[in-house]
Design a protein around this ligand. Structure first.
Ligand SMILES: C[S@@+](CC[C@H](N)C(=O)[O-])C[C@H]1O[C@@H](n2cnc3c(N)ncnc32)[C@H](O)[C@@H]1O
Length: 280
């Protein structure tokens, strides 16, 4: 039973963080002439209507994309992401928010391929309808962890995997580490972007240690915290591990996250960091 629905959270600070980084990763992959495959294991519905009652329930987007929408000083590294958000909004007001599949669609080139898996049947149906006439995008009603086994390594031998779990089950961190280790043993040269919520420090230390123990190298850790760390109430921040980040990504991400922290932090709480969990 999947209780999580992303529409409640769409466009929040975590989505901005995730999608701004996703845009940079795809742009970097597109710099080489050869085609690549983008696999999104937990794809969601692809586009979110912020006027929907679910999105309006906690209005999380107001402290996310809502804070960037009117700004005239968006840094160059963030501009492609902002353009992707503007592209799904035909009118001056912020109404729709693109999920990772639509962000990806904006940056892939004609010869590249998008593979999406989603396990919630209702969400899958919406996603499938969104890309119904798009031959570049394959949409599967499938467990994302099964998708890793089914679709990797891709025929292109180049690509990016976004693993964006909803963390609505116990032991999700352990599941992710196991999946990463297995997949990496079959496809060591792929780029993997793994999103996670920041939980209490003990849990995060355990996750970092378990990832280190896989023996996988070249893992960049990016984190953004925007609220005071109150582990009983909210998720104050989130992170992304990027295995095999493309050349130049780290250099772009650092100032971009610092700027995002300034734009999204609540009363100056938290911070942004980029460091190598495991170097090359
Ligand atoms: C955080 S949301 C995804 C958001 C999306 N990646 C984006 O950035 O727009 C997580 C999604 O994963 C789906 N999901 C949960 N468990 C799954 C699984 N084992 N395999 C595939 N999808 C799953 C949920 O239904 C939900 O739509």
């Amino acid at each position: 039973m999947l209780a999580y629905r992303h529409l409640f959270h769409a466009g929040n600070f975590a989505d901005v963080f995730k999608h701004a980084l996703l845009a940079r990763l795809l742009i970097a992959l597109g710099k080489k002439d050869k085609p690549y495959c983008y696999l999104d294991t937990h794809a969601g519905i692809g586009r979110y209507d912020l006027a929907h009652p679910w999105a309006k329930k906690a209005r999380e987007y107001e402290n996310g994309i809502g804070r960037l929408w009117q700004r005239k000083d968006i840094p160059a590294a963030l501009a492609p992401y902002m353009a992707a958000v503007k592209a799904v909004n035909p009118y001056p007001n912020l109404r729709f928010y693109p999920g990772s599949p639509l962000i990806a669609k904006r940056f892939v080139r004609p010869g590249d391929r998008i593979v999406l898996t989603e396990l919630n049947t209702t969400d899958f149906a919406e996603l499938k309808a969104l890309f119904a006439r798009d031959r570049q995008v394959a949409v599967h009603l499938l467990d994302g962890y099964q998708g890793l086994k089914a679709f990797l390594p891709p025929q292109e031998r180049r690509g990016l995997v976004l693993l964006d779990s909803s963390f609505d089950r116990a032991r999700e961190f352990a599941r992710i580490v196991k999946a990463l280790a297995e997949t990496h043993s079959r496809w060591a040269t792929g780029t993997y972007a793994i999103w996670y919520p920041l939980m209490e420090p003990g849990a995060m230390r355990g996750f970092a240690r378990d990832v280190e123990q896989t023996g996988i190298r070249k893992i960049l850790r990016l984190e953004l915290t925007v609220e005071p760390e109150d582990w009983t109430v909210t998720v104050p921040g989130c992170g992304m591990l990027v295995v095999n980040p493309p050349w130049g990504f780290e250099k772009e991400a650092r100032p971009m996250l610092r700027w995002l922290w300034g734009a999204l932090s609540v009363k100056g709480a938290g911070g942004a960091s980029v460091n190598w969990l495991v170097p090359e």
